[in-house]
Ligand binder design. Structure first.
Ligand SMILES: [Zn+2]
Length: 196
């Protein structure tokens, strides 16, 4: 979806609600600087929640390749931006994904796409981690999957609830990653900062 040209139904209604919100926040929505703000916010929010219109399972199913490779495949440092569902304020960071193929692999960019789809919804970090793991499991049926997400939560930082630099880490794993040795191999690989 091209965020500049394709918006979902309800855009005008969304904008009119944002105009109301500006008033409720104590602003004058009719002053020059704010005239186009409700529509801009409505469009931005539709882009930030575009994941609701996309099917992550479908993305992977359409890009399965039969392959005998059966070592760990790692896609690390996938940047993502999401909105916490409690405050609708961003949390953002990096996702790292590993899986051990069982006959099928997928395009590396498709893994990043799956992260993109689940992050463009209202989320909690824990559920997003789980959804990515399940999506890969249910489509690739690998020998194991592990997902690690490291994120900063603006809702905590801006409101002063947590130290400014704290990072929240979540992980989800299955299959071969139940072995501590395999998890450790993945963790070592994502945290060694070799530059290519
Ligand atoms: Zn929050």
């Amino acid at each position: 979806m091209n965020p500049e040209t394709e918006y979902r139904e309800g855009l005008d209604e969304l904008a009119s609600h944002y105009k109301e919100i500006l008033s409720l926040l104590g602003e004058d929505p009719d002053r020059e600087g704010l005239l186009k703000t409700p529509m801009r916010v409505a469009k931005a929010m539709q882009v930030l929640t575009r994941g609701y219109t996309m099917d992550a399972h479908q993305v992977l199913r359409q890009a399965l390749f039969k392959e005998d490779y059966s070592q760990m495949v790692i896609v690390k440092d996938i940047d993502f931006f999401s909105l916490c569902e409690h405050h609708m304020i961003p949390f953002y960071g990096k996702a790292h994904v590993a899986y051990i193929p069982n006959g099928y692999i997928t395009g590396l960019s498709k893994i990043a796409r799956v992260v993109d789809i689940f992050s463009h919804r209202l989320q909690v970090q824990e559920r997003m981690t789980l959804q990515i793991r399940q999506c890969i499991e249910e489509t690739l049926h690998p020998l194991g999957v592990m997902v690690v997400i490291e994120a900063r939560h603006m809702c905590m930082q801006m409101r002063g609830v947590e130290k400014q630099n704290s990072i929240t880490t979540t992980s989800e794993f299955s299959g071969a990653f139940n072995q501590a040795k395999t998890r450790q191999e993945f963790m070592n690989l994502i945290h060694n900062n070799t530059t290519i």
